[in-house]
Design a protein around this ligand. Structure first.
Ligand code: PXL
Length: 461
């Protein structure tokens, strides 16, 4: 048996992929617990609302619960959409007889509108399911329906939370996303209130309630205390809202994997740049291509907009006694200069995410041409003195890309050079999809460079 907790969601499916079972399973996966499910209803739904609700027969719901629980060690479950009193009764009995620890999300309506709980089922929810629940997570509207208290502020939320636990839940959490953004946790056993502060976040919220309750179940299954779980769940949902996906024309779905993917992309860019820098310094002959000002190599994350999103050497590759060394570490934001060049190239073609700068020579340009690389250039003397890009060469890079684009070829050339200007060393820059790809090109150039003798003179390119 692995140590991975198995958590079960008993809920409705949202065909739009934003809420319900779909949100729960994504949340479980993002938190490293195994998600299993029993689907109670299938909704035909998109970001604009619910177009249809189709309840599954009771025996289909219990068959799913039985299949999972007879095989896996399920200790924690969460419920979402349970649309009728019959479904609620069945789920309550399954949870009770199996001794599952339960988090109840008392789902009543979809974010974009549409009833998901029949009015006549509220009593069943209160009287049949809440007595078997450990935690219940109403939003302010659901808290009003369950407690009869109109929740307008924190004091109301506290009163409502306490009242709701009278149905039998150990803990009620009134989530504040629709109100002051703070969540109120009430623990009935110790008669204790805890306010979990939060900030209102801009972004799509479709699936935020489901994601929150799934987080609570996942963190509790991992052994967190309820306050730890509530704190971590709040922060997880806030990030999922910030990273919400811009799909559809209604309320955008939260993105449980946004932060994970961002971290993975940063890690990939850093690893790729480290590998590329090592390839360069271990390539015999590379020293001939290191500019006076030093060389840098950089790679951006796919959604980079700032230098801080671009991995580069915080320092340079420099030559000491004709041997290249990486002087500095590879970091995000490590190279302002090459980092900005990469961001400029990405504005024209988001697939071009890496660059390196090399010392200028006509011999290198000729080799680039021989290797079939596309080439463009700019004249450093043409850079207007007023431009905010002066000194960074971004302006020149953008100009060279625009010039190249006019030829109707691909958007960003493989090579951009300039022959220098007052106080500026001439430079060759290589662009590519990854730092590794760019370093491979440099290695090819170095090999050709070493095999061609006597070409250090002037060559027309
Ligand atoms: O967020 C509540 C919810 C729960 N379950 C299903 C849903 C929604 C909201 O859209 O569609 C299936």
């Amino acid at each position: 048996m692995s140590g991975t907790p198995v958590v079960m969601t008993i809920a409705g499916s949202d065909s739009g992929g934003g809420a319900g079972i779909e949100a729960d399973i994504k949340t479980f996966a993002a938190l490293g617990v195994h998600g299993s499910c029993a689907i109670t209803s299938v909704t035909a739904q998109n970001t604009k609302g619910v177009l249809g609700v189709y309840d599954l027969p009771l025996q289909v719901i219990s068959a799913q619960i039985n299949a999972v629980c007879s095989d896996m060690d399920v200790r924690w479950a969460k419920t979402g959409m349970l649309s009728s009193a019959e479904i609620i009764g069945l789920v309550a009995e399954e949870v009770r007889s199996r001794g599952l620890s339960l988090v109840v999300d008392p789902v009543m309506a979809a974010e974009a509108g549409g009833d998901l709980l029949r009015k006549d089922a509220v009593t069943a929810l209160k009287e049949e399911l809440l007595p078997f629940s450990k935690v219940v997570t109403p939003n302010v509207y659901e808290a009003h329906t369950l407690s009869g208290i109109d929740v307008k502020d924190t004091t109301d939320a506290k009163k409502a939370a306490k009242k709701i636990t009278e149905f039998g839940a150990d803990v009620a959490i009134v989530t504040g996303g629709h109100l002051a953004a703070s969540d109120i946790v009430y623990e009935a056993i110790s008669d204790k209130f805890t306010v979990i502060p939060g900030k209102f976040q801009e972004g799509g919220t479709h699936g935020s309630g489901c994601t929150y309750a799934a987080c609570i179940a996942a963190f509790l299954s991992k052994g967190c205390s309820i306050i730890e779980a509530a704190t971590l769940a709040k922060s997880f949902v806030e990030k999922a809202i910030i990273n919400s996906v811009k799909v559809g024309h209604g309320v955008g779905p939260v993105n449980q994997f946004g932060p994970t993917l961002k971290d993975a992309n940063r890690y990939a860019a850093l690893q790729n740049t480290i590998l590329a820098a090592d390839m360069l310094v271990s390539c015999d002959g590379f020293e001939k291509l290191v500019p006076e000002v030093g060389c840098n190599i950089a790679m951006a994350t796919p959604d980079a907009t700032l230098v801080a999103d671009v991995a580069g050497i915080n320092g340079r590759i420099i030559c000491v006694r004709n041997k290249p060394y990486i002087a500095g570490g590879v970091e995000l934001g490590g190279s302002g200069h090459v980092g900005r060049m990469v961001l400029t190239a990405m504005e024209f073609d988001p697939c071009v995410r890496a660059a390196v700068n090399l010392s200028y020579s006509e011999k290198v340009l000729l080799i680039c041409k021989d290797l079939g690389l596309s080439i463009s250039s700019f004249d450093g003397n043409d850079i207007p003195s007023q431009t905010s890009m002066t000194g960074t060469m971004d302006w020149g890079v953008a100009l060279a890309i625009k010039k190249f684009g006019q030829l109707g070829l691909k958007k960003v050339p493989d090579v951009i050079y300039d022959i220098g200007s007052v106080g500026k060393e001439p430079m060759i820059r290589l662009f590519g999809k990854s730092a590794e790809e760019v370093a491979h090109q440099v290695v090819k150039i170095v090999r050709s460079y070493s095999s061609i003798n006597g070409l250090d003179g002037h060559i027309d390119v």
